[in-house]
Design a protein around this ligand. Structure first.
Ligand code: ADP
Ligand code: MG
Length: 674
């Protein structure tokens, strides 16, 4: 029987009462508890003597209890117990608060290891409320677990020890034996014991290495097997390309990078196999045009295409620009979003089925069961990173045998992208359309805000337009914050036409505002981050972000990407009084670089371990022990192994692979339920 099917409440010391607390930290079963690894360790082996313990630092001191006083009630009702312990070098004063059991726990003349922060009072060394263990019970490294309210690291440690005792003598190891040996990894049992109760640092490292390997292998297997695009023949082999004709429709000439991306994709479309390609291009590099070129060639070959985007605003915007462009050569473009009226949806759906629509633009509403195409041959997702794993899988399901193109504005570093989207071919648009000027970026503090607002006014006088991203108010509604801010701004700038946009608005209202802004009927758009993705108004030249510290680096870069899209000098103004180092580093990075790849790298470093995969935007499961910053080499290695495992056994059905298969399901299940 698997310990994953033993509920946590069955564990001695947990019971019905504490079970909900354990469930809260993800330990639903005894097995899951064992997979909850320590955050760090206290090193109880590295000992100081009383005399050389440095005040202000955390130390482990071996000392023998010489006296324990009686509990004294001090002011405020607290119970204070004082005591002393000593070693050959001196006396250590001990104080404990509100723990009446101390006299039972600390026995005079017995030797303990005391662990805690040392202070010095009038020449005497002291520890307040130290942790302690009888010398013979002390094993060296003590695990520290992520705590939640009502559940201390110690309670978790005790429960884990109990769970470890339940481990059967031989446990099934998900990593097949030959692979384990080849990679020089320890057994699962050893790993679990030594990640929780390490004998010494070396054993802990051995355990870590194995668990990191296992986690990343499982991740890779999950990601790779989700892409069911095997190398079957495509039903939609394109006979002829019409790129020249398409370039002729544009008011500008394509950049070389755009041409290359289109050529590479068209070669895929004509190859006879399904295309499976990722186009990475920084904000403003002109990815939409590439998508349009491919839809154009498909339509000319009488095959339908779908372009899927993450927001309503973006769907409308793409529809508004592509419909007239492609319409000029008789290609019919349709729009489908979740917020459309039932009747409109019905009409679009029947037109799709009858083949009256060549290109469908929409949000993930496209994925619903009842949307059927006559002959869908190409699916493009824009801003790919905004879609979760589930939606990506659904799409892969819907588009079996069709060509797939995903487009992303590099919120992830190049190395990582290759790993995450490992089986995709990659085209990089590494060139911006000509004539673009560097966006001047400034970081100012709140006291300079007036001047910034004055600057907006000047730009408006020059007939330019501005975005203002207003602060998110904790607990306040998005609507209240945006409308309140817009009102205030109207008072400050009575001569400007100001509009407001937020996520809670009806789709039709959003459209109206976006249209007004695009058409130049509004000078300033006050908004939340809904304009972050994809929005394109070339006449806008200022992006002003209030409380800029509230956003991550990639998000700031995306927001900045809304300006600098035309021929005018553009500006990004970050207002922030942030004091903390991380926020300041983000502001500095924004002022120093505009290169999306570099931003992505810096973002990854600033976010720190674990956080990257924790970010739901990437739609990847949360990792428990691996850190893609430091474990990149293992990530690559496991990718190679995952590929060969899947080549040999695509569904992981072999007896040897069952364990891995179960782990994959477990990891991705956590994603489904979040
Ligand atoms: P993104 O890559 O961020 O999606 P868009 O596709 O929205 O970028 O394009 C940004 C802007 O650049 C649009 O206004 C588009 O019309 C314009 N553009 C795209 N390609 C070119 C080009 N080759 N020359 C001039 N302008 C271009
Ligand atoms: Mg775009």
């Amino acid at each position: 029987m698997s310990l994953f099917s033993v509920p946590i409440s069955n564990l001695k010391g947990v019971g019905k009462k504490r079970a909900p607390l354990f469930q809260k930290i993800g330990a639903l079963s005894v097995g899951a508890l064992l997979r909850l690894y320590p955050r760090t360790y206290e090193d109880w082996n590295h000992r100081s003597t009383v005399s050389d313990a440095v005040p202000g630092t955390v130390c482990a001191i071996r000392a023998t209890v010489s006296s324990i006083g009686s509990p004294v009630r001090v002011h405020g009702g607290m119970i204070l117990i004082k005591g002393t312990a000593e070693d050959e070098t001196g006396i250590l004063n001990l104080t404990f608060f509100n723990n009446p059991y101390i006299p039972h726990l600390l026995i005079p003349d017995s030797t303990y290891i005391f662990y805690g922060k040392v202070t010095e009072n009038f020449g005497h060394k002291e520890m307040a409320s130290p942790a302690f263990l009888l010398e013979e019970r002390c094993t060296g490294l003590r695990p520290i677990y992520p705590q939640t309210k009502g559940l201390t690291s110690r309670m978790i440690e005790n429960a884990v020890r109990e769970a470890l005792r339940l481990l059967p003598e031989t446990i099934k190891d998900p990593i097949p034996s030959p692979l384990r040996k080849e990679e020089g990894l320890c057994y699962l049992r050893f790993a679990l014991e030594n990640i929780h109760c390490p004998k010494d640092t070396e054993s802990m490292e051995t355990a870590r290495r194995r668990l990191i390997f296992e986690e990343l292998l499982v991740l890779q297997l999950g990601l790779l097997s989700m892409k069911s695009h095997t190398r079957e023949k495509s039903k939609f082999c394109v006979k002829a390309e019409y790129t020249k004709e398409f370039w002729g429709l544009l008011p500008f000439s394509p950049t070389n990078a755009q041409k290359r991306a289109v050529e590479e994709s068209i070669a895929d479309l004509m190859s006879g196999n399904p295309m499976n390609r990722l186009i990475q291009g920084d904000v403003g590099s002109g990815k939409t045009v590439v998508a349009a070129a491919l839809c154009h060639t498909m339509a000319k070959n009488k095959i339908q295409s779908a372009l899927m985007v993450p927001t309503d605003i973006l769907a409308h915007q793409h529809f508004a620009s592509l419909s007239p462009l492609l319409g000029r050569c008789g290609i019919r473009v349709g729009l489908l979003t979740g917020s459309m009226k039932a009747k409109e949806k019905r009409e679009i759906k029947s037109a799709l089925l009858s083949g009256e629509i060549d290109v469908l633009i929409g949000t993930h509403a496209i994925l619903t069961q009842d949307v059927q195409f006559q002959n869908l041959g190409l699916v493009i997702t824009d801003e790919q990173h905004r879609f979760g794993v589930r939606q990506r899988a659904e799409l892969a399901e819907k588009s079996k045998g069709t060509h797939v193109l995903v487009m992303s504005a590099t919120p992830i570093p190049r190395t990582l992208a290759l790993i995450i989207y490992g089986d995709l071919d990659l085209s990089v648009i590494d060139e911006l359309p000509p004539g673009r000027q560097k966006i001047k970026t400034f970081w100012i503090t709140g006291d300079k805000r007036r001047r910034a607002i004055g600057f907006l006014e000047k730009q408006v006088k020059l007939h330019r337009q501005c975005y203002v991203i207003c602060p998110m108010i904790e607990d306040g509604s998005e609507k209240a914050s945006v409308t309140g801010y817009a009102k205030k701004l109207k008072k400050e700038l009575p001569s400007c036409r100001i509009g407001a946009l937020h996520g809670r608005m009806k789709a039709t209202e959003k459209d109206k505002i976006m249209e007004d802004f695009s058409a130049g009927n509004l000078d300033i758009l006050v908004s939340t981050t809904v304009v972050e993705v994809g929005v394109d108004v070339p006449n806008a030249t200022v992006m002003l972000i209030e409380n800029a510290e509230q956003y991550g680096l990639s998000q700031l870069h995306q927001l900045r990407g809304r300006v600098g899209r035309g021929k005018f000098q553009s500006y990004c103004i970050l207002i922030s009084d942030a004091q903390n180092d991380n926020a300041q580093a983000r502001m500095k990075a924004m002022c120093e670089t505009q290169d999306g790849f570099e931003i992505a790298d810096r973002d990854l470093k600033l976010r720190g371990p674990g956080d990257f995969f924790g970010d739901r935007q990437h739609g990847l499961p949360q990792l428990k022990i691996a850190d893609i910053n430091t474990d990149l080499a293992v990530l690559k290695r496991t990718q190679t192994i995952a590929r060969s495992l899947l080549a040999e056994d695509p569904e992981l059905k072999n007896e040897d692979h069952r364990g891995l298969c179960a782990e994959v399901r477990l990891l991705f299940q956590s994603l489904e339920s979040s």
